[in-house]
Ligand binder design. Structure first.
Ligand code: UTP
Length: 407
């Protein structure tokens, strides 16, 4: 059987006849490209992921209990100082690295180009999201007299654009030898009938496989080895779109070190005895409203994409299989007549692993509660909640407060 027939057989088995039709229409070079892509796709896994989209997510209330946390605001002066010293020691001695996950599609924001290249309208002139992150790290470098290695996870789709943007802006003054870009993995996109989408390049359309892909990509691209060679022991992993993200927070780092017999990080409940993050939308309503004796929400700790791992924890997770969730998103595609369709409503499943699913691999984690107005100003949606408008307000307010306290 020749390669075309082999590919057609797999496609027929997995109900992808539209791709067989496409294969027949392509010239030889394009056909070979598509066949190679088909050979690299795990159709069995995709079928499972598709079947999962039809299942209800079931979370049993009696298996979920609250998880302990420390409140940054309520730490005693001594405690804060102790944590800060522990944290500073790691950074000053070059044992700290930062990873920014910038491989997302940013579909809700609707900005063309990588999300980090979005310019937030602050202080009249505006600042790019990457610029805000670089400033945060540069400040830490100055304070601790080091250059923290900065690893940026991109997607296959946005890697070149990210690289060019950073070059053009001279890495916002960051030492470029300490900025390492690496690409994350991808999975095909699928419509509601389980058909794979075709892209403009007449290949199966793929998209990055979720922020949980960070661990495996760090290892596969050699970044984990690079960290080890540099003597890194602690790895901060954060998102690209929170303009108040503190990437070198010595209190958080010190707390994690202090409570790290079993490698811990930050988040909000325990299920079946293991730490877990449950999205609020998936938490039974009764539980979402439950309060403790002090009137505080029992499940009040939200995960804000601000994570700290030991290098050993990163390595351990990178070798575990990922659990994939499906996100229903807007993705353009090419129909059977070769016409590009740009949907106005979500039309397809993107399969994504979440970074916080890795927490379940550990017996316990530590959580530091921050203040929303100090730590969390996400740029997610074009308008309304968590939009550039709300992020601008929070960012300017925060820096006004800081500047005032320094005068
Ligand atoms: P979100 O889950 O908010 O996704 O990402 P997003 O891609 O930015 O936006 P939407 O959902 O399409 O509107 C949280 C963080 O994880 C990164 C994002 O770049 C962001 O920093 N991320 C997400 C990745 O690096 N890779 C992914 O595959 C998904």
């Amino acid at each position: 059987m020749d390669k075309t027939e082999e590919a057609a057989d797999i496609l027929a088995e997995y109900n992808q006849q539209h791709i067989i039709t496409l294969l027949k229409k392509l010239d030889e070079a394009k056909k070979q490209e598509l066949i190679e892509q088909i050979n690299n796709i795990d159709f069995h896994q995709l079928k499972e992921l598709y079947d999962n989209t039809k299942k209800e997510i079931e979370i049993k209330e009696n298996k979920i209990v609250a998880i302990d946390y420390l409140d940054k605001e309520k730490l005693s002066k001594n405690e804060t100082e102790r944590f800060n010293n522990l944290g500073e020691n790691i950074i000053v001695n070059g044992k700290y690295a930062v990873v920014t996950m910038a491989g997302g599609q940013g579909t809700r924001l609707g900005h063309t180009g990588p999300k980090g290249t979005f310019k937030l309208d602050v202080y009249g002139k505006g600042k790019y999201l990457f610029e805000i992150l670089a400033e945060n790290l540069k400040e830490a470098n100055k304070k601790y007299n080091v250059t923290i290695p900065w690893y940026i996870m991109t997607s296959k789709e946005n890697n070149n654009a990210t690289q060019e943007f950073l070059e053009k802006n001279n890495y916002f003054g960051y030492d470029k030898n300490n900025v390492m870009l690496f690409e994350q993995g991808e999975l095909p996109l699928m419509d509601t009938d389980g058909k794979l989408l075709i892209g403009k390049d007449l290949k199966i359309k793929e998209a990055s496989d979720g922020n949980g892909g960070v661990f495996c990509s760090l290892r596969k691209t050699g970044m984990l080895s690079d960290m080890k060679e540099r003597g890194v022991k602690w790895v901060f992993i954060g998102g690209v779109d929170n303009v108040l993200l503190k990437m070198a927070d010595v209190t958080l780092l010190g707390m994690a070190i202090d409570r790290n017999p079993k490698e811990r990080v930050g988040v909000f409940c325990k299920m079946n005895g293991h730490p877990k993050v449950i999205e609020y939308s998936e938490l039974p309503e009764k539980m979402a409203e439950e309060v403790d004796n002090n009137g505080e929400l029992k499940f009040g700790e939200s995960h804000i994409m601000c994570n700290l791992f030991t290098i050993d924890a990163v390595e351990k997770i990178s070798k575990e299989p990922l659990i994939y969730h499906s996100a229903f998103k807007k993705n353009s595609y090419v129909d059977e007549n070769g016409k590009e369709i740009i949907p106005t409503e979500p039309n397809s499943y993107k399969f994504e692993a979440f970074i916080f699913d890795s927490f379940e691999l550990f017996d316990d984690i530590a959580i530091l509660r921050g203040k929303r107005e100090d730590d969390f100003a996400p740029v997610k949606n074009k308008e309304g909640v968590d939009s550039p408008k709300t992020a601008k307000e929070l960012y300017e307010k925060y820096w006004e407060k800081i500047n005032k306290s320094m005068n």
